[in-house]
Design a protein around this ligand. Structure first.
Ligand code: HEM
Length: 215
């Protein structure tokens, strides 16, 4: 039987491709969008990570979610530095979540508050992605908009305290494989992971509508 880390990866593979090849992501990675679109995307991420990283002290004590709560993953402080760079010192006053982002963040909060295993589905979808494809996005952003390498503007993608992302991901998969949950609960987590991907895709769709190419 496949390990849980393999099951969740395989189950979300199709949606991963969908997210990766969404119009907004393709345009962003293709260098076809202005920095305003990148800033708007970064702003949406702030709401998602605010939901993921609020209440982590409580989740750290939870037997299911606890092992996943690793401060070296936390992204909110990095996002805030990026936003200050992108939007200026008063970035907070202008923060606006898209309706799709609100829905995404609300679901993360709901899981964080009442379903630790569901929270892991969201944790996995974001942080493992940031450690993987995030590195590709960082490189493109630096090149397209001239941010300093691993500097302000792209700090979200830089995990200063994770020296070896490949090793970290291996350890993370071991945590997934050791998840103390029965098969039914694991199936629910997989379903929640698919939902997490769908929530991301919905945000991309909304961003794509806000930043169409004037081709
Ligand atoms: C253009 C955008 C993206 C690119 C280029 C990209 C690329 C990649 C690559 C190359 C990997 C493989 C890492 C490995 O084998 O260790 C990966 C893994 C992953 N990505 Fe993405 N990705 C993108 C967008 C996304 C998005 C939007 C999400 C979800 C929000 C996501 C979530 C994940 C997850 C959860 C994994 C880990 C899979 C696993 O090993 O279990 N990615 N990505």
């Amino acid at each position: 039987m496949d390990s849980f880390s393999t099951v969740i990866r395989t189950a979300s593979h199709e949606q991963h491709t969908e997210a990766e090849t969404s119009t907004f992501m393709s345009d962003l990675l293709g260098g076809r969008l202005g920095v305003a679109a990148y800033a708007r995307y970064t702003e949406q991420l702030w709401f998602v990570y605010e939901a993921l990283e609020t209440g982590t002290e409580r989740l750290a004590a939870d037997p299911v979610a606890g092992p996943f709560i690793r401060p070296e993953l936390f992204r909110l402080a990095a996002l805030e530095r990026d936003l200050a760079h992108l939007r200026g010192a008063d970035w907070r006053a202008g923060l606006r979540a898209l309706p799709e982002t609100e829905e995404y963040a609300a679901r993360v909060k709901e899981c964080a508050d009442g379903w630790p295993a569901g929270y892991i589905a969201h944790h996995y979808t974001r942080y493992l992605g940031d450690l993987s494809g995030g590195q590709i996005i960082r490189g493109r952003a630096e090149k397209t908009w001239g941010f300093a390498r691993k500097g302000d503007g792209v700090r979200f993608y830089v995990f200063e305290e994770i020296a070896n992302p490949a090793a970290f991901k291996r350890g993370y998969r071991e945590l997934l494989d050791a998840l103390p949950a029965d098969e039914l609960e694991k199936q629910r987590v997989v379903t929640e992971c698919k939902r997490a991907f769908a929530l991301n895709t919905a945000v991309f769709r909304a961003l794509g509508a806000e930043f169409p190419l004037s081709a």
